[in-house]
Design a protein around this ligand. Sequence first.
Ligand code: FCB
Length: 441
Amino acid sequence: MLSRFDFPPGFLFGAATAAYQIEGTRFGGCGPSHWDSFAATPGNVVRAEDGAVTCDHYHRWPQDLDLLKAANMDAYRFSTSWTRVMPDGRTVNPEGLAFYDRLVDGMLERGLKPFQTLYHWDLPSALADLGGWTNRDVASWFADYAEAITRKIGDRVETVATINEPWCVAWLSHFMGIHAPGHRDIRSAARAMHHVLLAHGTAMERLRGMGQQNLGIVLNFDHTDAATDAPADVAAAALWDGIFNRWFIEGITKGTYPEQVLAGLAPHMPANWQDDMGTIGQPLDWLGVNYYTRHTVAHAPGTPWPAIRDLPGTLPKTQMGWEIYPDGLQSFLTRMERDYVGNLPLYVTENGMANADQLTDGAVTDQIREDYLFAHLAATKRAIEAGANVKGFFYWSLLDNYEWAEGYEKRFGLVHVDFTSLERTPKSSYHALARALARND
Ligand code: FCB
């Protein structure tokens, strides 16, 4: 069994969460976001559930930070909510700032390094009304929000990530329609694919101008295999890899978007998008890699661009139906180092699995999650041995929480949450990780 001593000195272990998924939007003057209206629209979210209360982390945060500390963790990846800080998207809510001020101090008191994410998907409704990610002005709105929260807590956070998973913000939400705002429109999608990076770059410039350090972004990657060796399937896999895995990192590090993706999106891109690539290409101080699974894709004859279909793979799957494939994490970490960022610090900012956990006699035994977690830690270690400069690993998630379109149905936590009593119960995977992270073996 791996322990912290199998990793380089100073390697950070932590867990991740996001504001909308755990805090509860009913409290503290938080404004409405596009997730509230998306969830209130029939058919979008399991049982039309939303984040109004969720884990009530807004009130129970001291207990949740205690759980991180008791698991011997070094760091906590959390997000600040745009709607809590600016309920109408532009006007600062002092109660919201005060909440994050307390939260960050609470982390430091417990010896936890704060890893902040600025945007984990809770776009204020007032800005959604103006077109949200399809409106180019989102870049300056986002930089204003970034500046306001950074003025309050920037002196104490260890790192700042601009955007969590731009692919989900743009493609999943504006082309596939699976996340808020639920658009299925190639023009909206092309705009969001570009504006999300423009917002990233604009906020990087603004924060760096304020002297803020350790600025990065969190990208998600899915290992992609072609269903067969047929040239059409191989091309479909390459196109999917371009849309999912290459678009954002190449926009940032190479100043260009992948050719075969532009072949489909160019007619729908905002005018003169090329002029923004300098802003988008602000140097990163670190890169976050989220990794969960593998995709097997094939050409979908007779359908419009991108003409790709997803096939169920053959590997064991999690409760999400996602295949378990730890080698993919190793290969993305080495690919980032080799093709894009060289020796830049990398963090695994999310990795974890959903499981149909059962609370029995006050305990949850989730051996399968323990196996998943340690297999991905081993993959991370192999990537480090192969030369990737990986500095930390965050499990998704600390708590069972609001899993977006899946509502409260899918449990990713190291800690079980009863969504009626809001009682927290650490699972066996939590205890296994705490043992592995003990500092004085
Ligand atoms: C990621 C999200 C996170 C959570 C996990 C399961 O895509 O960043 O909020 O939903 O997936």
